[in-house]
Design a protein around this ligand. Structure first.
Ligand code: ADP
Ligand code: MG
Length: 394
């Protein structure tokens, strides 16, 4: 078992203008836990009569500044998670931040340049590369891609290819078995035997994601997308199968503060634009407080799906994406605060091993035969296959 708190990283999106200096600084001197300091510009700070605070300091596992490229992000954040998934542990990486802060760029990547590929394609490439190297085990890989919008789940890998709106996609629902395991009904699993097949599935899902988006539903800012790599492995001749899941999650935009201009007016808290993000926060708060026995996972689809990732059997990593421009300063602070809470959550990842019953039967049958043969040699008599009286009655 591996006990670990959720790892938190920050990534600062490059700003277009160069005049953002002085808003934040990164203190890398504290080698183990660097901190991000956000300084409120004077005109913004003055707007708060009762709040004279001007500096906010947040600790992260690592902070990636504007110049960090996709390769660096993959190597430092995603590769260690991919490695533990290959070893048989569940993993989750989720990006959290306001709309436009770089969640999709970080998780999926930009389409323009090959070097802009994000965590999903790089992770697929890495995993398949490792699988090819490891000829000692038999691996099977499946992909699923779920979008949650307005508390409804949609299967982005619908093979019919004809979605013109989100509602055309198959609706995914949650089923809970007596052992409280979550099952997703209608979410299709697609086997991928090569990197190319897996990338095609990602492409199909992203195409459905785009087609399904209309200006009316603003799906990309209000929905959550969960790309999952299901990996199972077994040694040849063994009946034990290891299952691991890797969720790569692009969350809905976290913004909730109505921007009433940056001219010093008080910002008003707008209604939560996203109920499931609200419930995610409730779960995180409950988990980060000691002595809370009830964790409200069941309140929303997303927290049900990510149940293991939050305080459960999973190694989980959060990337706080920040767009540190003056007008986004409060959103950025709120994202960092959320991350600090997330960092308190403890997970316990275990190897998910299971004995394949069919293989077990074959195994046992073989063993019985061998024992019978041995017995025949020792006793010198062949046991008959005929049933006894009692067996026949039964
Ligand atoms: P979100 O998904 O959080 O709403 P996006 O990932 O769509 O935000 O990013 C908004 C825009 O900024 C996109 O055009 C994206 O390509 C660009 N962008 C985001 N992060 C970076 C980055 N690190 N480097 C270059 N461009 C980026
Ligand atoms: Mg996005």
């Amino acid at each position: 078992m591996v006990k670990q708190t959720i790892q938190i990283f920050a990534r600062v999106k490059p700003t277009v203008r160069k005049q953002q200096q002085g808003i934040y600084s990164i203190d890398e001197d504290e080698k183990l836990t660097p901190s991000l300091e956000i300084t409120l510009p004077r005109d913004l700070a003055d707007g708060f009569v009762n709040n004279k605070r001007e500096n906010y300091k947040f600790k992260f596992q690592r902070i990636f500044d504007q110049n960090a490229n996709q390769e660096t992000i993959f190597e430092n954040i995603a590769k260690p998670v991919a490695e533990s998934v290959l070893a048989g542990y569940n993993g989750t990486i989720f990006a959290y931040g306001q709309t436009g802060s770089g969640k999709t760029f970080t998780i999926t990547g930009g389409a323009e340049r090959y070097s802009d590929r994000g965590i999903i394609p790089r992770t697929l490439s890495y995993i398949f590369e490792q699988l090819q190297k490891d000829s000692g085990k038999i691996y099977t890989t499946h992909i699923s891609y779920l979008e949650i919008y307005n508390e409804c789940g949609y299967d982005l890998l619908d093979p019919r290819h004809e979605a013109s709106s989100l509602e055309d996609l198959p609706k995914v629902t949650i089923l809970e078995d007596p052992d409280q395991n979550i099952h997703l009904k209608n979410l299709s699993l697609h086997q991928a035997t090569t990197e190319e097949e897996a990338l095609n599935l990602l492409f199909l899902g992203d195409t459905n994601r785009m087609i399904a988006e209309t200006p009316m539903n603003q799906a990309s800012t209000r929905s959550h997308c969960i790309f999952t790599i299901h990996l199972s492995s077994k040694e040849p001749g063994s009946a034990t199968v290891r299952h691991a899941k890797l969720h790569l999650v692009d969350l809905a935009g976290s913004e909730r503060v109505a921007k009433t201009g940056v001219g010093g007016q008080l910002l008003t808290e707008a209604k939560y634009i996203n109920l499931s993000l609200h419930y995610l926060e409730q779960v995180i708060i409950a988990l980060s407080e000691k002595h809370r026995s009830h964790i409200p996972y069941r309140n929303s689809m997303m927290t049900s799906v990510l149940r293991d990732s939050l305080g459960g059997n999973c190694m989980t990593t959060m990337i706080a994406t920040l767009s540190l421009e003056k007008r986004n300063i409060y959103e950025s602070i709120s994202t960092c605060r959320f991350a600090q809470r997330v960092a308190l959550i403890k997970n316990e990842a275990v190897l998910n091993e299971e004995v394949d019953p069919r293989l077990m039967i074959i195994h046992l049958q073989k063993e019985i035969q061998e024992l019978k043969d041995e017995l025949a040699i020792v006793t010198g008599e062949q046991r008959t296959e005929a049933l006894t009286e009692a067996e026949r009655l039964q």
